[in-house]
Each structure stands twice: as structure tokens, then as C-alpha cells.
Design a protein around this ligand. Structure first.
Ligand SMILES: Nc1ncnc2c1ncn2[C@@H]1O[C@H](COP(=O)(O)OP(=O)(O)OP(=O)(O)O)[C@@H](O)[C@H]1O
Length: 276
């Protein structure tokens, strides 16, 4: 059944939008909204560090997949700010041959900060996590086929629910030929594997940095299966800085078609060495 992905900065009105969609569509079909509340998780804990973000995305995606296989309109209500992750969700819809669309809440960073301040204390993002998520957010872009059809939503304008229904529910179903299916599955596995490798490297660097003194040069040894890379880092870096390096690296290699994990590992470690 149809998949609607909602994406937008933290606290940009995504759940408010999801609830409006649910209210409209549940008169006609079963609707399931998947979000942090539904998973029973805490927004600051889910985004505390790379490891918790990856775990969160894993459970978000598997819950979406489970719901999609039923006879239900699924609304994947999350920041969904990582291009590769949106791609994975798109692939799930494509494999099932459902209709699909991406709604992007365009609320500005200044406004989301204001809205976050008006939240109850326990619902607020910490300002550190909010800034980090804003900085890391990869805007949906119609240049990516998996970000199409894309409907920008300004939460302060009137919502055209009929337009959304036309595209998301009555629109064209995604179709994958067998060969494409295998290719997508493979591509999605590669992205997943690369995400894990990058996380391991960052964890290993961060572990060494925790005990190092500022201004000190220190040695890092990173492993990926049998491959070992030893290198020196000249200064300490914060976790947000490490995440920025990973993001820049992902952008740099996106057109290089790197499919071998060893090659990815070596390139990423070299890049970290030069850019931290
Ligand atoms: N159009 C709006 N005008 C003013 N405030 C709004 C608007 N939409 C949402 N808000 C406020 O912003 C806050 C966040 O809204 P909402 O939960 O919908 O955002 P979200 O993007 O789903 O947040 P999260 O990233 O935590 O999932 C709420 O306190 C809500 O009242």
C-alpha cells in the first residue's frame, strides 16, 4: 500500500502534518503513522550519537517495512534527513510496487528553533542536538529520483490534501523490473554496509580522542576485517566535526560507484586523516 515519507528539520511540523493526513485518509483506508512516539523512543536519545542514530534508523525502517506489507497507507514521519536513508525507504516502496511520495516540510531553521522553545521541557530537542541535526540535514532534491514526486509543504500555508491524495494514493505505482530490483537491493546493501564501516571508523577515532590531550598528536589504528590502517591525527575533533567529515566524504564519492567495502574503508580512513 502507499508510502508517504515526510521529511524536514527537527520540530518543523512533521507530526502535525502526519496527523492531518491520517485524519483525512483514515476515512477511506487503514493508515499507520510511524514516528519516534510510535516507536516509544526519546528524540534526544535517538540522536545522541552516530551509534544511536543508526540504531534508530534501523528500527524506523523495519517498522515501516512491516507496516507496508499490510493493506495500509504508511506515513513515515521522521526527519529523514539522510539522502541514503530516503533512498532505502524509496526502495522498500519500489520493491512492493506501491504508490509513493515525499512531503518536505520547509520550515526554516530559525522557526524550528522558536517552535522547539515553545515545547514542553521533556519534548524539546537539546540545543546542541537541534543544531547538529539542522547542520547535517540533506534537503530533499528532485535531482534524486528517489526524492520524487516531491511536494514541499509550508506548515504556515493551507494544506492541499486533495493534491497529496492524487499523487500519493491515486498516483502512478512504482515498478521495478527483476533486474532493477536486484540492482536496487544490491545498491541498498552497499549503502548500508558503507554506513556501518564509516560508523566503525568514527567510533575507533573517537575512542582514541577521548583520552588524548588537546594539542597532542596521536596515533589511530582502524580495522576493517583483515585490513588495517594506521595513521596520525594532529588535533582533537568534536563528534559533530567527525560527522561533518563523513558527510563531506559521502558527497565526494557519491559518483564514484565504489562497491568494494575494503576500498571504501581505505578511502574513508585516508579522507579522515587529511580532513580532521
Ligand atoms: N504551523 C505551526 N505553527 C506554529 N507552531 C507549530 C506549527 N506546526 C507545528 N508547530 C509546533 O511545533 C512543535 C513541533 O511540531 P511537530 O511535533 O509537528 O514537529 P515535528 O517536526 O514532528 O517534530 P519532531 O522533529 O520532534 O518529530 C509543536 O510544539 C507544535 O505545536
Amino acid at each position: 500500500m502507499p508510502l508517504i515519507i515526510i521529511s524536514g528539520l527537527p520540530c518543523s511540523g512533521k507530526t502535525t502534518l502526519a496527523n492531518k493526513l491520517k485524519e483525512k485518509f483514515e476515512k477511506k483506508m487503514r493508515v499507520e503513522v510511524i514516528n519516534i512516539e510510535k516507536l516509544g523512543l526519546n528524540r534526544n536519545k535517538c540522536h545522541f550519537d552516530l551509534k544511536s542514530e543508526i540504531q534508530f534508523r534501523g528500527s524506523f525502517k523495519s517498522t515501516v517495512n512491516r507496516a507496508l506489507s499490510g493493506n495500509t497507507l504508511v506515513i513515515a514521519d521522521g526527519i529523514n534527513g539522510i539522502k541514503g536513508f530516503r533512498y532505502e525507504l524509496y526502495c522498500s516502496a519500489r520493491e512492493l510496487g506501491t504508490t509513493f511520495c515525499l512531503l518536505y516540510c520547509t520550515t526554516s531553521p530559525d522557526l524550528v528553533r522558536d517552535w522547539n522553545n515553545t515545547r514542553e521541557e521533556e519534548d524539546k530537542y537539546s540545543s546542541e542536538i537541534l543544531d547538529d541535526l539542522i547542520q547535517k540535514f540533506e534537503k530533499p532534491d528532485t535531482e534524486n529520483y528517489w526524492d520524487r514526486p516531491l511536494i514541499p509543504i509550508d506548515p504556515n500555508s493551507e494544506l492541499d490534501l486533495d493534491q497529496i491524495e492524487k499523487i500519493a494514493v491515486q498516483g502512478k505505482k512504482l515498478r521495478a523490473r527483476q533486474a532493477t530490483k536486484i540492482h536496487i537491493k544490491r545498491k541498498s546493501n552497499i549503502l548500508f554496509e558503507q554506513g556501518k564501516i564509516a560508523q566503525d571508523v568514527l567510533d575507533q577515532i573517537f575512542e582514541v580522542m577521548k583520552t588524548a590531550q588537546s594539542g597532542e598528536t596521536f596515533n589511530v589504528i582502524c580495522f576493517y576485517t583483515q585490513t588495517k590502517k594506521k595513521f596520525m591525527i594532529k588535533k582533537k575533533a568534536s563528534l559533530p566535526k567527525l560527522l561533518r567529515v563523513k558527510k563531506q566524504f559521502t558527497k565526494t564519492i557519491e559518483n564514484l560507484n565504489i562497491s568494494q567495502p575494503d576500498e571504501y574503508f581505505t578511502l574513508f580512513v585516508d579522507y579522515c586523516q587529511k580532513n580532521i
